[in-house]
Write a protein that binds this ligand. Structure first.
Ligand SMILES: *Cc1c(COP(=O)(O)O)cnc(C)c1O
Length: 502
């Protein structure tokens, strides 16, 4: 600047990101909505999953676009290159890992939430009340007291991590937040050998270390061996260590086992140890009258982690953490910051805020899709969906047991069936069958290893799955199993012939 005058502000290209023509944008928006409704309505006609063609993958290695592209063109690209090559967990044939199917009402709610663009870190607005409403419902469902807190997070991995931090804080006190965990040696936690890997990861991330997690062997039902747990606690106490956390599992990820939560609650109470339940998918079994009694003891937990995005069918992501003593939860995370000052009135009221209960400050409106899903369908129907998946699992178990070429590898306790095709050298063959099933587009199970044996694992979570999807899964497994063993058999025969020739 030479001081001769201010630079005039030049109004150049428009900086608003809103459409210049709302009329045509509206038409395009309706087209996009229709495409997604078509996708969900016709999902059965599609393959569950299909391999990504090289040309499609290459579409996502483009340089940063400097200029604009018409929304209709970008949408077309989505329809062509993204939609057909998604995970497929909306499809009734998807039985891999533990993936929820989502639901159309939740999808529409996501659009409404994105339109509001609410930030649920804090402040005084009704979206905050919607999240609190979900907390009230969860308290009611799980029998938690009035003072319990609830918080949406990405998933149960994060929810377990938060629970571990609250347990740590409750055990050693507020000093840990300043001095760090190094000043507090000897903390040990307990869970079963079948617990999800994120428990061990949380020990690592919290600075306590995975060596301080005792992974107690399981009993015949794949639940934690309670007697061995008690012995481990006594041994650790005798060595001067500080047991601070027991993590029970309500629905183990490999076979759907439920720990004896009553027994764990009693041990935790007697030993003055924090009792956390990882109920990632199983906790919502409370909605199903025949499953709820098997979860007895969960209501005594100090904290409970679960996902609405699995058995709850809410679109990803929607994890949730509940802490019985909300004061303990608050004391673990709350932080005074001048720019987050709370007031008695105005938008800055409503303290405490959700950012006081976890590491996230900016937070999306996950509560809305959950609220819509629960309101539209009601708790009873959501429970019926859960019961239905367990009935399908029992049906699949009977099909597996009835077929001489198949073998059941674990008891079917909830909605997960672990089995394999009987043959020589079964591990590589069954791994290949699982991949064949994926590539066929008929069904997408995953695999796990049980007692050193590779199992094809069908976790029936999706509300769209029906009996004929189970039949198709069983039939295709046998077909691919035969093809695989015949190919191997003839290769073996060919090798033997070659070897016998001079
Ligand atoms: C799925 C699952 C988790 C992890 O939950 P995310 O929502 O994927 O983070 C943890 N524990 C169990 C038992 C699970 O099934």
């Amino acid at each position: 600047m030479d001081g001769s005058g201010s630079t005039p502000i030049v109004m150049g290209a428009p900086t608003s990101l809103d459409p210049s023509d709302w009329g045509s944008f509206r038409v395009q928006g309706h087209r996009m909505l229709d495409d997604m409704l078509d996708y969900l309505e016709g999902i059965r006609e599609r393959p569950v999953w299909q391999p990504i063609p090289d040309g499609v993958r290459a579409r996502f290695r483009e340089p940063l676009p400097a200029g604009p592209t018409d929304l209709a063109v970008v949408h077309e690209e989505f329809m062509e290159n993204i939609l057909p090559f998604a995970t497929g967990n909306a499809h009734p044939g998807f039985m891999g890992w533990v993936h929820g199917g989502g639901n159309p009402d939740g999808m529409l709610a996501e659009m409404l939430a994105a339109g509001l663009n609410a930030n649920l870190g804090g402040r005084d607005h009704v979206p905050m009340e919607v999240e609190k409403q979900i907390g009230h419902w969860a308290r009611e469902l799980f029998g938690f007291p009035e003072g319990a807190t609830g918080l949406f997070v990405t998933g149960t991995s994060m929810a377990n991590m938060i629970a571990l931090l609250v347990a740590r804080h409750a055990m050693v006190g507020d000093e840990v937040r300043r001095a760090g965990i190094g000043a507090f040696g000897g903390l040990v936690a307990y869970t079963s050998a079948a617990a999800h890997g994120c428990i061990s990861q949380a020990m690592d991330l919290a600075g306590i270390g995975t060596d301080s997690l005792r992974q107690i062997p399981t009993d015949a039902n794949h639940a934690i061996d309670v007697a061995l747990l008690e012995r481990a606690i006594a041994d650790d106490r005798a060595r001067g260590l500080r047991p601070f956390l027991i993590v029970g599992t309500a629905g183990s990820v490999d076979i759907g086992a439920i720990d004896d939560l009553q027994a764990l609650a009693a041990i935790a109470k007697r030993e003055d140890i924090w009792f956390h339940v990882d109920g990632a998918f199983g906790a919502l079994g409370m909605l199903a009258p025949e499953i709820a009694p098997r979860l007895a003891g969960m209501e005594k937990a100090d904290s409970l982690a679960f996902d609405f995005h699995k058995w709850g069918q809410v679109p990803y992501d929607a994890g949730f953490i509940m802490v019985r003593d909300g004061e303990q939860h608050l004391a673990t995370f709350t932080n005074p910051a001048a720019y987050l000052r709370r007031e008695k009135r105005g938008l800055a009221a409503g303290s405490p805020w959700f950012c006081d209960f976890g590491p996230d400050l900016s937070r999306g409106f996950r509560a809305l899709k959950t609220w819509f899903t629960i309101k539209v369908h009601g708790a009873a129907r959501m429970g019926a969906v859960i019961s239905g998946t367990c009935e399908l699992a029992q049906y699949m178990k009977r099909q597996v047991e009835a077929h001489p070429e198949l073998e059941l590898l674990a008891p079917v306790q909830l909605n997960i069936v672990c089995f394999r095709y009987r043959c020589a050298d079964p591990d590589p063959v069954n791994a290949a069958i699982a991949a064949d099933l994926h590539e066929s587009g008929i069904v997408a199970p995953s695999t796990t290893v049980l007692d050193g044996q590779l199992a094809i694992r069908a976790a029936i979570v999706n509300h769209r799955t029906e009996i004929h999807d189970i039949d198709a899964a069983v039939e295709a497994t046998i077909r691919f199993g035969r093809a695989r063993t015949e190919v191997r058999g003839s290769l073996q025969a060919a090798r033997e012939i070659n070897a016998s020739e001079p």
